[in-house]
Design a protein around this ligand. Sequence first.
Ligand code: PHE
Length: 369
Amino acid sequence: MTDLSALESELTAKIAAADAAALEALRIDALGKTGEISNLLKSLGAMSPDERREQGPKINGLRDIVATAIAARKAELDAAALDARLAAERVDLTLPAPPRRKGSVHPIMQVMDEMIAIFAEMGFAVAEGPDIEDDFHNFTGLNFPPKHPARETHDTFFLQEDERGERKVLRTHTSPIQIRVMQRANTAVEAPQFAHGQEPPIRIIGPGRTYRKDSDRTHTPMFHQMEGLVIDRAITLGHLKWTLDAFIRRFFETDQVVTRFRPHFFPFTEPSAEMDVQCDRSAGMVKIGEGSDWLEILGGGMVHPNILRTVGLDPDEWQGFAFGLGVDRLAVLKYGMPDLRDMFSADVRWLEHYGFSAFAHPNPATGLS
Ligand code: PHE
């Protein structure tokens, strides 16, 4: 016959000294299905009624004592573990915060947003196209005849020939977006974000990156343009001039900006013009409305009838104007960076100086955030 009081003192001593793992092992050995105390309880069934009356309460009592001791020890260990964790994970709020660099919005993106906001208020929608274009959208569809010298003026970056012998280009301007928007059969198969063809009337702007082999103080091989296209009935050059004047005044937040139109040639507009903004760049800074320097900021004109025919619109019914604004040039003029190339030199100090806060920053051109 098992000595119950010896077993009790042995188990309670072991429980009091056990760590979490040992405690669980003790519980299984004593109270588990085939544990020592469970076996004792099972043995009650084989006893005579007298024996059972005597042993029953003792064995059950032992089971209760051991179970209570295990629960108490477990609570003790849990509390100790929690205390240890609280001590280890304590945060010292008096320590200085680690330095953290705040990101900022690149001036180009800021200016793009300002421009989009102004044109959106005039009722223009945003349309986009791919940076890697085919010859048709970048040149031929825009009335650049094959081998024509006008193609040369674009200093194009060509990609390697593909399987079909076609050489794609890094688009030299955002004007391919015009074709994409006017081609009503275009369902933008390359990617859903690109412009789908629309029925006129059309009033879109097409912001994006453009590429030419060119690098000096006012040119970088990658730059940004924003195309504008309006197609409707009875649109004239007067609408183009008014739209650009209204935009410029709004963008520079002043009526004092001096601009000039110079007659120019583009294969896809007739008549065509370039627009310059008067500025002073003598003191290593760019100031608008002063001085005797001119910075070309856009090309524009009336959409050439050949373009309308190419996309299946009747030039006797529909006319329109188009323009391509130099986004980087506008940023330079508005925020006074002396050299365009710094914009893309990926210098964090430059960005910290010229960058804009990403949060709750009201758009300076519109007052909207
Ligand atoms: N795509 C022309 C350029 O990059 C600008 C332009 C756009 C001219 C639209 C006329 C109409 O120089």
